[in-house]
Design a protein around this ligand. Structure first.
Ligand SMILES: Nc1ncnc2c1ncn2[C@@H]1O[C@H](COP(=O)(O)OP(=O)(O)OP(=O)(O)O)[C@@H](O)[C@H]1O
Ligand SMILES: [Mg+2]
Length: 224
């Protein structure tokens, strides 16, 4: 069955009704967003809340939502970075100091909105898939830019390394990331949040097809 897609035109009530039907029919739900500050978050909260309620797992709502939000933020930032390069605001994408400075300059509400509109005209979306496969909730956040080998290696390495920690503050002090665009904490926060709800870091993957897309995937077991 094709996934149901959310559009801005649909009202919240319509969305909720369709989402409930989709969940009942085990149909995938996909959210499309261009910046992190739309009403998508409310819709994701609704769907996540319902799925967890159906499996008596409401207690993991907050950590799982925080993970999803972080993955969306990373995807949105990656798309914005591409636009900054195309606009010539980042002249040398290999210079971490310049990249970080420019990205940080747009991490505020007005700029994110502006870059969200630009992302749409550039066809740079972030898609969030919510699906149930058996008793596993799968959340996939996909943005349409590939990772370089270097980025991929760095991300995989940070995910693995943070899996040894129980607390992000400790990870942060021992593994600073001078090239991070934000604090460089997001991926490790996802790993540690999952660990705290007994989910292995192996259930969190960031991959790329190396041509067009980056996929961040979470597998949340909901069975007993
Ligand atoms: N979807 C993605 N596409 C491209 N690069 C990504 C993606 N997700 C993460 N990265 C890269 O991995 C780095 C580390 O991500 P992480 O979330 O840990 O830190 P951050 O986003 O820079 O900072 P913070 O999350 O603390 O605000 C990012 O700086 C970025 O270079
Ligand atoms: Mg991040």
């Amino acid at each position: 069955m094709p996934p149901i897609a959310t559009t801005e035109k649909r009202t919240d009530v319509d969305f909720q009704r369709e989402a409930l039907t989709a969940l009942k029919n085990k149909q995938d739900i996909v959210f499309v967003t261009y910046s992190a500050i739309e009403d998508t978050e409310e819709k994701i909260k609704f769907v996540l809340g319902k799925v967890l309620e159906q499996h008596n797992k409401e207690d993991i709502f907050t950590p799982v939502l925080s993970c999803i939000k972080e993955l969306i933020a990373n995807a949105t930032k990656a798309n914005a970075k591409k636009i900054l390069i195309e606009e010539g605001k980042i002249q040398n994408p290999d210079d971490p100091v310049e990249v970080v400075r420019q990205i940080r300059s747009i991490l505020n509400e007005d700029a994110l909105l502006e870059y969200g509109i630009k992302a749409k005209t550039h066809g740079l979306s972030t898609r969030i898939y919510v699906k149930m496969i058996g008793n596993n909730l799968i959340i996939e956040v996909i943005n349409n830019l590939p990772l370089s080998d270097k980025e991929y290696r760095k991300i995989t390495e940070r995910i693995e390394r943070s899996s040894k920690y129980d607390n992000i503050a400790e990870f942060f002090m021992e593994n600073p990331d001078p090239e991070a665009e934000g604090m460089g904490l997001g991926l490790s926060m996802v790993v540690v949040l999952l660990k705290n709800i007994n989910i292995s870091y192996k259930n969190f993957m960031v991959t790329t097809d190396r041509r067009k897309k980056t996929f961040a995937k979470l597998l949340i077991p909901l069975g007993r």
